[in-house]
Design a protein around this ligand. Structure first.
Ligand SMILES: Nc1ncnc2c1ncn2[C@@H]1O[C@H](COP(=O)(O)OP(=O)(O)O)[C@@H](O)[C@H]1O
Ligand SMILES: [Mg+2]
Length: 361
């Protein structure tokens, strides 16, 4: 009878060392993801600690781990808790010491391509997955994150520190809270460097797994100030599919390169419009984002279709991933968010030195 066989932890670790994290290409034991192993009789309990709560392969990993342990002789029940702990990429370059694990810059060559929309929705998706997320609006030309997140003012400062606003589980700070809408750009420009430093030093963000930064369009000072203030885990470029937008996007890619910021890749927005009969209409051309990514040697992260619910959501302070989660745009945004979370986990693993655990057996 199988329940007379005594199960031991070596058997369990050996079984789990055959389960790979498909993104990180290493097994769960080597990745030190297995914690709190308990064995009582024929029951095995443990926790799998993933590198991001937004892991797109969470269920697959859980299923494979369960299957591996169930196939050990003598095991009749497996209980798995799924947890996560987001690592930082260890690229700290002696900049500001902040409890922010990963800062991600969202850039575009020009305005109006959906940069803020992408930043807002990624932030909300990551927060919904259980991560601690901040969203910093550094776009002096159009600080519209507050509108898109449905917040109009900051809470009162506490102990001389600014507190971010909070909406949809995301901490929000915007240059829009500090400058008046009618203030001329000539004043805003020089303020930006100081403002970016202050956003990081004088704002009580608390601990964050991810800070998304909505940069002003074009190449410029904001990105430089940001890169000089904290280590950026990576940058994302948002573009439309057409050539003019791509030329500008290309310059933003070069800007990240010059600042030594790793590039996560290109997101193409407003790629097509889905007509009621299911056919796709390419409004701004087709495939440009992919071509740009290929030409620049960076990843293509995904395309987002056009959908009027995006604008409605943006104007009403209810991001589309919350107002119509089932829509084609939301599905695209969710996939893109998870892909970015996975890329951050991969960068973290490659940046640190994993010490493989040797399994006897
Ligand atoms: N995929 C989309 N489908 C429909 N409207 C969109 C889409 N992406 C962005 N928009 C709308 O386009 C306008 C510009 O987007 P926004 O995110 O503000 O661009 P940016 O920050 O690059 O200036 C907004 O009104 C927004 O709601
Ligand atoms: Mg914007």
């Amino acid at each position: 009878m199988s329940n007379s066989v005594k199960v031991n932890s070596t058997d369990v670790f050996t079984a789990l060392s055959r389960v790979q994290d498909p993104d990180l290409h290493k097994d769960l034991v080597t990745l030190n993801m297995i914690r709190d192993l308990e064995i009582s009789g024929d029951e095995v309990r443990f926790t799998i600690v993933l590198t991001t709560p937004a892991c797109p392969l969470k269920h697959q990993i859980e299923t494979e781990a369960r299957h591996a342990v169930m196939s050990i002789d003598g095991v009749s029940k497996v209980e798995i808790r799924m947890d996560s702990s987001v690592p930082s990429d260890g690229r700290a370059r002696g900049l500001l010491e902040l409890p922010i694990r990963n800062a991600i810059a969202v850039a575009s060559g020009k305005g109006g391509v959906g940069k803020s929309t992408v930043a807002v929705n990624i932030a909300v998706v990551l927060a919904q997955s259980g991560a601690k997320v901040g969203l910093l609006d550094a776009d002096i030309y159009g600080p519209n994150i507050p509108t898109m997140m449905g917040v109009s003012q900051l809470p009162s400062p506490k102990d001389n520190r600014l507190l971010p606003a909070e909406a949809h589980g995301v901490k929000v700070m915007s240059i829009g809270f500090l400058v008046k809408p009618d203030q001329p750009l000539i004043w805003r420009g020089p303020m930006l460097h100081t403002a970016i430093r202050q956003f990081l030093t004088d704002v009580d963000w608390g601990e964050l797994d991810y800070l998304l930064v909505d940069l002003p369009p074009g190449t410029g000072d904001a990105a430089l100030s940001l890169a000089q203030s904290l280590p950026l885990t990576g940058g994302i470029i948002v573009t439309l599919p057409q050539q003019v937008s791509l030329d500008d996007a290309r310059r933003s890619l070069e800007m990240f390169r010059q600042l030594d910021v790793p590039i996560f890749g290109v997101v193409e927005n407003m790629s097509y419009l889905e007509l009621p009969d299911g056919t796709r209409m390419d409004i701004f051309g087709t495939g440009g984002g992919q071509k740009l990514a290929e030409a620049a040697g960076v990843s293509f992260i995904g395309s987002i279709p056009m959908n009027s619910s995006v604008r409605v959501g943006g104007d009403s302070g209810m991001p589309v991933v919350l107002s119509s989660p089932e829509s084609n745009v939301s599905q695209a945004l969710i996939t893109i968010s998870k892909d970015i979370a996975a890329k951050i986990s991969i960068a973290a693993v490659q940046g640190s030195n994993f010490i493989p655990i040797n399994i006897v057996g």
